[in-house]
Ligand binder design. Structure first.
Ligand code: RFL
Ligand code: PHB
Length: 392
């Protein structure tokens, strides 16, 4: 079966769905294809902190109503270093900016609901998705679903299929350059239907390792503790997790932790990756397909959203103004912002974690970074500006 569209989007994560919705609003026809089911995508517990720019794109795409109503605006967060607490006042340091706590799953659900309501074509559980002729004038996708072979002819392909997708593999031999850094630890995360320990997030550097107190709502908490990459999630129980978390928090917070059964527990390894360029002929990479950041700066989903902003503008200019300027400049513009977020995420990861091979010198440097943040308004302003998100 062969169908035609203007933009074929591989991947139904936040990047692919947001792009699809923005294109639809601009009258640009698109089809989304994903290799797994909707339920599988919605079962993945990931990001929780949205920049104002990301929330704004949801509005622009016409899917921001529930987010507006249900998000928890955050004007600051706590940094803790050896039990000393310092609040980063995002709102005042940035001249009135804040972040929004709203789960990636909720954002994805809103985008899926809108797609369904508009009857936009989406293929889930598609096998062997493959982009063809990306260097020519007429690229196309092929895949199988329920025993039928499908072909989608299109003008452009958007590779929004994450880090383990097919698009990275296809362009790997096409001059793609990859820059990466692997960190010698992971994050063990636990989601539980208990009220958060504090109304704001708490990032902790403790001698036992990093810890993070985050949340999804006033009744749902998300916590993380740094763990070794070699650890197995099966070796952890919720009780063990709660004990470890409490050990790493300042006394006052530790006493306030409300524990409960785990709705989800998982281990995420931490790495930084950037692949350049982000355009190969008529194939454009966006989101995790092009780059990964360690989650310490809460940037992954937000970077996926800023890529989508540049890519949407490029396609809009192509169709509405008959200009290729945006398309030609997409990779350069997106990578500029990507590298800023990479630098920030690497820095925050370096300052907040215990590295296995850390010397006493490294430790003193970490402590001095914390001192800077607590004593220099310029230093904490730089942190705050990056955390709320640099302008597009
Ligand atoms: P996704 O979400 O991985 O979606 C890609 C989609 O592509 C599909 N796919 C394929 N489809 C067809 N054919 C193939 N061959 C395919 N291969 C894959 C997949 O099934 C999937 O549906 O990528 P996208 O859209 O670029 O979105 C990126 C974000 O998901 C990611 O950056 C964030 O979750 C990162 N992240 C965070 N980001 C933030 O901005 N703020 C946070 O607070 C935050 N916390 C986190 C995070 C990531 C974490 N983990 C698990 C790494 C916390 C954690 C623990
Ligand atoms: C989350 O809530 O999952 C979360 C929040 C902040 C981060 C990373 C993850 O920096």
């Amino acid at each position: 079966m062969t169908i035609r569209t203007q933009v074929a989007i591989i991947g139904s994560g936040p990047a692919g769905l947001l792009l699809g919705q923005l294109l639809f609003k601009a009258g640009i026809d698109n089809i989304v294809v994903d290799r797994v089911s909707k339920e599988h995508i919605l079962g993945r517990i990931r990001a929780g902190v949205l920049e104002e720019g990301t929330a704004g794109l949801m509005d622009q795409a016409g899917v921001g109503a529930r987010l507006q109503l249900e998000n928890l605006p955050h004007d600051g967060f706590d940094l803790v270093f050896d039990n000393e607490v310092h609040r980063i006042d995002l709102f005042n340091l940035t001249g009135g900016k804040r972040v929004h706590v709203y789960g990636q799953t909720e954002m994805t659900q809103d985008l899926m609901d809108a797609r369904e309501a508009e009857n936009l074509t989406t293929f889930y559980d598609a096998q062997n998705v493959f982009p063809h002729d990306i260097d020519g004038e007429s690229p196309y996708l092929t895949f199988e679903k329920d025993g039928t072979s499908h072909r989608i002819d299109c003008d452009f392909i958007a590779g929004c299929d994450g880090f383990h997708g097919i698009c990275r593999k296809v362009v790997a031999d096409n001059g793609m350059q990859t820059f990466e850094k692997v960190y010698p630890f992971g994050w063990l995360g636990l989601l539980s239907d208990v009220p958060p320990v504090h109304e704001e997030l708490i990032y902790v550097n403790h001698s036992l390792g990093f810890a993070l107190c985050s949340q999804r709502s006033k009744t749902r908490s998300r916590y993380y503790v740094q763990c070794a990459v070699s650890e197995n999630v099966e070796d952890w129980t919720a009780d063990m997790f709660w004990d470890e978390l409490r050990r790493r928090l300042p006394d006052e917070a530790a006493q306030k932790v409300i524990t409960g059964p785990a709705l989800e527990m998982s281990i995420a390894p931490l790495c930084s990756v950037v692949s350049e360029p982000m355009r190969f002929g008529r194939l454009f990479l966006a989101g995790d397909a092009a780059h990964i950041v360690p989650p310490t700066g809460a940037k992954g989903l937000n970077l996926a959203a800023s890529d989508v902003h540049y890519l949407f503008e490029a396609f809009r200019e192509h169709y509405a103004d008959n200009s290729t300027a945006g398309i030609d400049d997409y990779s350069r513009r997106a990578l500029l912002r990507v590298w800023n977020a990479e630098r920030f995420s690497w820095w925050m990861t370096s300052v907040m974690h215990r590295f296995p091979d850390m010397s006493t010198f490294d430790r003193r440097i970490q402590r001095s970074e914390f001192y800077q943040l607590t004593h220099s308004q310029a230093a904490s302003t730089a942190l705050a500006e990056n955390y709320v998100g640099l302008p597009y």
